[in-house]
Ligand binder design. Sequence first.
Ligand SMILES: O=C1C[C@@](O)(C(=O)O)C[C@@H](O)[C@@H]1O
Length: 280
Amino acid sequence: MSSSTVRTVSIGDVTIGGGIPAVIVPVLGASVAELQEEVAGLGRHRADVVEWRVDHFATLTDTPAVVATAHELSRLLSATPLLVTCRTSAEGGAAELEPGAYRDLLAALAASGAVDLLDVEYLRGDVAGAVVETAHRHAVPVIASNHDFTATPPAHEIVARLCAMQDLGADVAKMAVMPRNLADVLALLDATRVMSEEHARVPIVTMAMGPLGAVSRIAGHLFGSAATFAAAGTASAPGQLDVDDVRTVLEILERAGARPVPDDAAPAPHSAAHVPDAGA
Ligand SMILES: O=C1C[C@@](O)(C(=O)O)C[C@@H](O)[C@@H]1O
């Protein structure tokens, strides 16, 4: 499948997919006051989307408080879309929730009317499919995600997982890995390229974490990644770069004419990331 058939996801003025990467900036406050302060500090940076990492919220199990805070963030952010992510400890986050509690929290957020995009970990038991369904009932697009904080799976496995996420009905498929060497970084980038050239029906977002993976955060879009996460203060994952630095590099690449691979570019025939039977 060619990248020209990939659907984009539009929220207000922001489009995820289609070439220029969306810059997503996380906020991680433990209280409403901390979050308000973080959002106030975002003013001078350019965030296309703001991600609330709700797993760092001190009263995560108080659903009405979480929903009220989502409304407050949405109000403060005005036209900037709000992505809400509850990252569980299984995937490097702070939330210790049973699958049912995880599902119910995400369902309440989807129904709240305050959330523009919702992250769901596609490996969270049988829960991910139900969350996608609930979110779509409320017209909230879903980013399915998967994180490997210790290693980088082989490129064909990264492609297979991204395919599984889009098969689940996700609107965006996201994969973060931890590289142990440069070959791992190349595996992530090659998987991104093969996924976007051959299989993607939805925008994909990929990154290699840690210092070794920095190149994936500033040039991942050239391989097919539709967004990059960047920090305005506290990073939400190892290796996240400063948002203004990322903007500067993106502008330099844009001025140089560096663009994602054209639709008619021939895919490399012997790529390690090739998955013959991945659901395309
Ligand atoms: O999934 C991701 C990507 C991320 O882990 C990163 O490596 O930038 C940061 C998280 O906040 C976000 O939910």
